[in-house]
Design a protein around this ligand. Structure first.
Ligand code: NAD
Length: 441
């Protein structure tokens, strides 16, 4: 137990208080919901420097992306017509005089468990959805991004109504204690194994869950791909946050003849972004901790033996950085293809046709996102019809995430449920079906 962690014995009362506040119906008031969203916006805007410094201390990166995406998400909800609870969706009744409608009602007291790789975004964006929908919420940021966790511990009670939004800090033990308690919804972001633990705990109380998990996101490079476009986006997403992004390209399926040009262009992008040696560059994020650094170095050494390293390989153990590293001739049975990489290692598998790409993807768990580069709509339609994944971006990486009008979430092993924009409100609401009959008819 860390010194900043919530004592386990305090957790039942925290959850009980959250439930009692919800049962007071206060959070259903439009005024209260608007106040809480405005408070969350102030929390973020007024602490931009502190937030960016905490992210830098945890991950070594400067984060205009995380800050900008978070503030846009909060403002999108603030500008959304939040009066939805009085805007029932009316349907035709069985009898002329009947009223039949669907009312969105908040789920109740919700638990939000965040991950470390975008510590503010992955904790506070779901929170915005939960309070906009009229719930009370307990947030549990990741203990691995410790500076971000500590800053949230200071800011959340300072800005938010303490009876509506509470923060619990800790690791597996404290999260385990939270999961013993009863919630009306649990929203979890993190790895698949812990996702199973969360879902099992939720089953005890039949609590619905949203699981935002990870997996291996493939990139299909078709023969007609625009290689320059592909190289820019793949190299960018694989090196931002040192590839510790759930939507980073995990591996490429690429015709052999295109590989040399694609790799050369990616090297050019990395050179432009991080100079001669990324492992020493100020803007190049480091791996979150020693354990993950060692995991990735071991994986790199293993992959060197199983395939061919064609670029990269340098590390800086003092800074916990690993250069973007590319492997060719990777086989599906190689170690690097077993689990999500979550780091700056990029395996390329020879793949000569769309048939082959679809076949390979269908031997894997459903990815969080699938990316493809092609100018041919027939290829796009085939992939949409013949594979499954949480989302898809064609001729870009993660565009299905950055477009806030779209639901973001996985399927199968990469998760269940979705959020962003109005989908966040739906996730944290129940669709209540109501019929009002005129009694004298
Ligand atoms: P993590 O270690 O921060 O864990 C996530 C949360 O689970 C933390 O709050 C942690 O305290 C809690 N936790 C850890 N062990 C637990 C246990 N035994 N019992 C209960 N709670 C526990 O993050 P991580 O899992 O290393 O995150 C990386 C993974 O998250 C990757 O697989 C990545 O793809 C995925 N991810 C998914 C998304 C998404 O939006 N789909 C976003 C970011 C990360």
């Amino acid at each position: 137990m860390g010194p900043d962690y919530t004592p386990v014995e305090a957790i039942p009362k925290i959850v009980d208080d959250s439930r009692k506040t919800f049962q007071s119906h206060r959070t259903q008031s439009l005024k209260v919901r608007k106040e809480q969203i405005a408070a969350l916006e102030r929390l973020v805007v007024e602490n931009e420097d502190a937030i960016n410094n905490a992210i830098h201390a945890d991950l070594g990166r400067r984060s205009t992306f995380e800050f900008g995406t978070l503030i846009e998400a909060i403002r999108a909800l603030k500008n959304h017509d939040m009066d939805f609870q009085t805007k029932d969706q009316h349907e035709k009744g069985e009898k002329e005089a009947d009223k039949a409608f669907v009312r969105l009602s908040p789920k109740g007291n919700v638990l939000i468990i965040g991950a470390w790789n975008f510590p503010f975004l992955l904790t506070l964006e779901p929170l915005a959805g939960a309070i906009a929908a009229g719930n009370t919420a307990i947030i549990k940021p990741s203990e691995l991004a410790v500076h971000s966790m500590r800053l949230m511990m200071q800011l959340v009670p300072k800005y938010m109504d303490k009876s509506i939004v509470q923060i619990v800090t800790g690791g597996a033990k404290e999260t385990g204690a939270l999961l013993q308690e009863r919630f009306d919804h649990i929203f979890y972001t993190g790895g698949t194994e812990v996702g199973r633990i969360v879902m099992q705990a939720a089953a005890k109380h039949l609590t619905p869950v949203t699981l935002e998990l990870g997996g291996k996101c493939p990139v299909i490079i078709a023969k007609d791909a625009d290689l320059q476009k592909a190289a820019m986006a793949i190299a960018g997403w694989k090196s931002t946050n040192s590839g510790q992004i759930c939507l980073a390209p995990d591996y490429l399926l690429c015709p052999k003849e295109l590989q040399p040009a694609l790799i050369q262009q990616m090297i050019g992008v990395w050179h432009h972004l991080y100079g001669e040696n990324p492992t020493d560059h100020d803007d190049y994020a480091h791996v979150i901790n020693q354990r993950h650094f060692e995991r990735l170095v071991t994986l790199m050494e293993m992959t060197k033996k199983e395939s061919k390293m064609v670029h990269g390989g340098r590390t800086n153990p003092a800074r916990l950085t690993i250069e973007p590293t590319v492997f060719t001739g990777v086989k599906l049975t190689d170690t690097i293809m077993k689990d999500e990489i979550f780091g700056p290692l990029l395996p390329i598998i020879d793949c000569e046709s769309m048939d082959e790409a679809i076949k390979i993807i269908n031997t894997t768990e459903y990815p969080l996102s699938l990316f493809m580069y092609t100018e041919d709509d027939a290829n796009v339609q085939r992939v949409l019809n013949e594979t499954r994944s949480g989302g898809v971006s064609v001729n870009d990486i993660a565009a299905n995430f950055t477009n806030a009008a779209l639901p973001f979430g996985g399927c199968g092993n990469s998760g269940m449920g979705a959020y962003h924009g109005r989908y966040s409100i739906e996730t944290f609401s129940h669709r209540r079906a109501v019929v009002v009959r005129k009694s004298h008819l």
